[in-house]
Design a protein around this ligand. Sequence first.
Ligand code: SF4
Length: 91
Amino acid sequence: MRKSRIKYLIMEHLGIRLTTFCNLNCRKCADLLPYQKNCHYDYNLLMEDMDKILGVVDFIKEILLGGGEIFLYPHMNEMLLIMRNFRMIIK
Ligand code: SF4
């Protein structure tokens, strides 16, 4: 009789651009942010997207929060609390 193996679907990295706002306005910004219209990731949409992703993977090893300047994101506190409380997110 064969033993069944439990396999998990693990996402190695998930990059989330929370905002394109940045207060430094570097002339040579690699993302050209000073030359674009700025916006924040809609918080409700972000939560919906996270639900969808966490509905299809077992674990996310690492989430990279990016911007712009992520501390200009108005829901940063909530985002950090949610990520800390998700057991499926490792770091
Ligand atoms: S995102 Fe980085 S490179 Fe671009 S303007 Fe902000 S600090 Fe400068």
